[in-house]
Design a protein around this ligand. Structure first.
Ligand code: ATP
Length: 511
């Protein structure tokens, strides 16, 4: 436990020291759960966005992108259910005065039981070796069965209480399970109350209730209200998707854990419109497509798992999360939801406009069903950063900190380093940069020893360093140094482009 917390601390420290993420308005001591991206962070973020946008829009003939406004007509949020139901159950510990999400306290409790099961499985796996049969073990081992039964019972009570919006029942569950405040260890809890997560503000100069508008808590509604516009102007044929990247705002109750849970964050969402009745097929399709997108980055499989929702949101008939192994454990990174025709139907009802699709094959009109993929850009950033951050002991006993960011997403792709800052080497290095910089973000560095410069590039995750030395002037060759293996090889100048294409081109992730 301690180690993981330390690990997160080290990542936060590194992100700040190297210009990835700063606390927002830090000179005024920051603003809780709001962050700014620095010179390298904004590059990494841009690259993640590009990877998502190109994979979803450019690579799919039937998906187009939009960029809707953050402010929307307030009735949007009435129709979507957010005004009445975008609540989290909140509970305070009277001794520590700390505030928690009641559902998260219960989920964390379940996670501890799950960890016991995992431990039991790992032990047995070791004992039985090749002969180990996971399914048989899970269905016969008494400890696993007992713990699984406990999980199922908690989930059932939790689901019932949440569906009935029965806050006293949730408090009862917390008390029955003996859940204590992680800070004070006390079980002295307040009642559970619902708390709406939307930020509001006023539009125009007259501040009365009629002018109250919200900062969007999800980008999805900007897509739904534009369904008809895009379908008509884009001559779209079902099944088709509308994608969007943009800011969302939530007044989160518990805003710890760095950029995992922010009050202002960015989402990358895609709503896929399908024939009613075909939504499960597409739900499975998008689950598979999205997990492939993640795994293409080369982060090992054991960092990902699917988690099916116990309590479905008011609009969904199936939902699963892709969870990532963050330093604080497995947590939601992306959601894939089958949203039925709920949103479009609600907007029809509240706007009085028909939001239907005419299906030429079936020769009839209907309100399409929707499968949504929704990923937090900042969470994706944290996933990559926390995997990439590695402290390595080298053969000579020294240590290096390296960010093993998937190369096509790295902020700086190439650093060009003259061995010394004289004898025409800087000029040669500049020439190389000039030939590359239209395609790749390059950095020039001539200060300090070459070893120190390599370390600086490792710390920001630059996949390739090109070193120019005296021999380069004679035969037009340079040394290429690989970030991960630290191997060096000498290649001709005219081979650089080919090498970069192989190593750092985003295209490698798309095809
Ligand atoms: P959680 O249960 O963690 O609060 P959620 O289920 O409410 O998340 P969704 O409404 O499904 O999240 O939002 C889709 C995605 O947006 C999430 O998978 C996550 O990556 C991202 N996201 C949601 N809330 C935040 C936040 N406060 N900060 C950063 N990213 C967020």
């Amino acid at each position: 436990m301690k180690k993981n917390e330390d690990n997160l601390k080290a990542i936060i420290g590194h992100a700040k020291e190297y210009g990835f993420v700063f606390p927002s308005s830090e000179i005024y001591d920051g603003l809780s759960a709001v962050y700014d991206y620095g010179q390298y962070g904004s590059e990494l973020k841009r690259n993640i966005k590009e990877y998502w946008w190109k994979s979803m829009v450019q690579m799919h003939e039937n998906i187009v992108g939009i960029d809707a406004a953050i402010f929307m007509h307030p009735t949007t949020w009435k129709a979507s259910g957010h005004v009445d139901a975008f609540n989290d159950p909140l509970i305070d510990n009277k001794d520590s005065k700390k505030r928690y999400r009641a559902d998260v306290l219960i989920e964390d409790y379940i996670a501890k039981i799950e960890a016991k099961i995992e431990k039991e499985i790992a032990k047995a796996q070791k004992r039985f070796g090749e002969a180990f049969d996971l399914e048989q073990f899970k269905s016969t081992n008494p400890n696993v069965l007992r713990n699984q039964k406990k999980i199922d019972e908690i989930n059932a009570s939790f689901k019932e209480a949440m569906n009935n919006e029965d806050m006293p029942a949730i408090k009862q569950l917390i008390e029955d399970l003996g859940i204590a405040c992680p800070v004070s260890g006390s079980k002295n809890w307040t009642d559970v109350r619902q708390f709406n997560l939307m930020f509001s503000t006023e539009i125009g100069s007259v501040a009365d209730e009629a002018n109250k508008i919200y900062l969007r808590p999800e980008t999805a509604q900007g897509i739904f209200v534009n369904f008809l516009n895009v379908y008509k102007t884009g001559r779209m044929r079902i099944p088709f998707g509308i994608a969007q990247i943009g800011k969302a705002f939530r007044n989160e109750i518990v805003a710890r854990q760095f950029i995992f849970r922010m009050r202002e964050f960015e989402q990358m969402e895609m709503q896929f419109f399908v024939r009613p009745g075909e939504e499960m097929k597409w739900y499975e399709y998008w689950k598979e497509t999205r997990i492939k997108w993640h795994k293409k980055l080369g982060i090992p499989d054991e960092f990902y798992r699917f988690h099916d929702h116990v309590k479905l949101a008011h609009y969904a008939n199936a939902a699963a999360d892709i969870e990532f192994k963050f330093p604080m454990g497995f947590k939601e990174l992306e959601g894939i939801h089958s949203r039925t025709d709920f949103d479009l139907k609600q907007h029809e009802k509240y706007s009085g406009k028909k939001l239907q699709y005419f299906d030429p094959e079936l020769n009839k009109s209907y309100v399409p069903y929707v499968v949504e993929t929704s990923i937090g850009l900042d969470r994706m950033f944290l996933a990559i950063l926390s995997y990439a951050y590695q402290e390595e002991k080298l053969e000579d006993g020294s240590q290096r900190i390296v960010l093993k960011i998937p190369a096509p997403l790295a902020p700086v792709k190439v650093a060009v380093l003259p061995l010394v800052k004289k004898d025409g080497l800087p000029e040669k290095a500049r020439e190389i940069i000039d030939s590359l910089k239209a395609d790749y973000y390059c950095q020039y560095d001539e200060k300090d020893s070459i070893g120190k410069r390599y370390r600086r590039q490792d710390a920001i995750g630059t996949p390739v360093c090109i070193t120019v030395d005296h021999q380069s002037l004679e035969d037009n060759t340079v040394t290429i140094r690989d970030r991960d293996t630290m191997q060096q090889e000498r290649i001709a100048l005219d081979e650089i482009e080919k090498l970069l294409k192989q190593k750092v081109d985003l295209k490698n992730l798309l095809v």
